[in-house]
Design a protein around this ligand. Structure first.
Ligand code: SF4
Length: 298
């Protein structure tokens, strides 16, 4: 699956590359804490990226009744070398999905919702209308619920991007994932065009907050990262997450470096100094990790 925008999906708890995991990445999973949310989601019949990706933060997030919904199925039409989601030809669209998402939001009592999707190159609008419908279903139930969308590139279609930018979501994210030199890990993606996605979203709705993410440890250096952070600021993207890349299997792109938590802190401080408004930066940070905090801090 290509989920360029899905840092969440690729950072799984199984690390099978040759390098030994440092102690700061040996996070314990408490399955009992996840159970209630897992049962609720199963009853409603909705996918979460948390489960599809076996996200290492699942116990923590589910115990706080936080989850990131994954719409448009669980099969992706691309195949990025860092991503663990199934690749293939997905089947149609579940027309009942927007209501299911809204039901799940109510069932979990969420005040802030994060919705993402697999990449759907088979759909004319890349799935944009399904995002729009999900936001409408949630806002129809309770307008005060804030919504964050983490979108694929929607094949860089300006109309699709504009529809999503203006659908009522407070935040729309698209992940850069890595620096331009390493973009070969993102099959079918292009660094400049990904930046263009963020630029187009902001152009279509200047009031919208845009967000992006980097996975670190693929071999980028500090100067390259700094340049990419500036690239984001230049397109007025001011919400940012940075986390450690973990290879899902030996067949995936290899981890080049395990970055020390201290360094993550430094990068986070650097980003704030550069002008980002909200930054989360730590080894286990994922695109959607504690995303509600942006609104809590406002
Ligand atoms: S970090 Fe995001 S993907 Fe991972 S469990 Fe939390 S909400 Fe789900």
């Amino acid at each position: 699956m290509h989920i360029i925008f899905q840092l969440d999906l690729i950072l799984t708890i199984q690390q099978t590359t040759k390098k030994r995991k440092p102690e700061w990445l040996l996070k314990k999973v408490f399955f009992a804490q996840q159970k209630d949310v897992e049962i609720a989601l199963k009853d409603i019949g909705i996918h979460t990226v948390c489960q599809e990706a076996k996200c290492p933060n699942m116990s923590e997030c589910f115990s706080k009744k936080l989850a990131t919904f994954m719409i448009l199925g669980s099969t992706c039409t691309r195949a990025c070398s860092y991503c663990n989601v199934d690749t293939g030809m997905p089947s149609g669209i579940d027309e009942k999905e927007p209501q299911k998402v809204a039901d799940a939001v109510v069932s979990l009592g969420l005040k802030h919702v994060v919705i993402t999707s697999v990449t759907r190159d088979d759909l004319k609008d890349g799935g944009a209308q399904q995002f729009v419908k999900c936001v409408k279903a949630i806002k129809d139930m309770d307008e005060s619920i804030t919504v964050e969308l983490l979108i694929p590139d929607l094949q860089y279609d300006e109309k699709a991007l504009s529809d999503v930018a203006n659908c009522g979501a407070e935040v729309v994210g698209h992940n850069m994932e890595t620096v331009p030199r390493l973009y070969s890990v993102r099959k079918g993606a292009n660094y400049k065009k990904s930046l263009g996605v963020l630029k187009s979203l902001k152009k279509a709705n200047p009031k919208l907050k845009t967000k992006s993410a980097f996975m670190l440890g693929l071999g980028e250096n500090e100067d390259e990262l700094k340049t990419s952070l500036q690239d984001l600021l230049d397109v007025e993207c001011t919400l940012l997450t940075m986390g450690q890349y973990l290879a899902p299997s030996k067949a995936h792109a290899e981890v080049v470096e395990y970055i020390n938590p201290k360094k993550f802190e430094e990068y986070g401080e650097l980003a704030l100094e550069m002008g980002f408004e909200f930054v989360k930066s730590s080894p286990y940070t994922r695109s959607s990790y504690m995303a509600h905090e942006y609104f809590d801090e406002k």
